[in-house]
Design a protein around this ligand. Sequence first.
Ligand SMILES: [Zn+2]
Ligand SMILES: [Zn+2]
Length: 81
Amino acid sequence: MVYCEYCGRQFHDVRQLATAPCPYHPNGSNRGYHKLYEGSLKSRYTCRYCGRTFSSIMQMVTAPCPYHPNGGNKGRHSPAL
Ligand SMILES: [Zn+2]
Ligand SMILES: [Zn+2]
């Protein structure tokens, strides 16, 4: 199984992931494809910006991050590898 770094969705293989539009793409909803999360699968995921931990990527990316590089809460948490 592979995961999208933006939305946390699960796919069977990278090809399937890389050819489907992502609703959480940073350029806008469905304005780009899913991106492969290249980190290892963990029981807790840490946000690369603020260090908060979440039990799944999907849970993490739906919440705005107070330390996002675009400005406080102007983007969502993003999983560190
Ligand atoms: Zn995605
Ligand atoms: Zn964060």
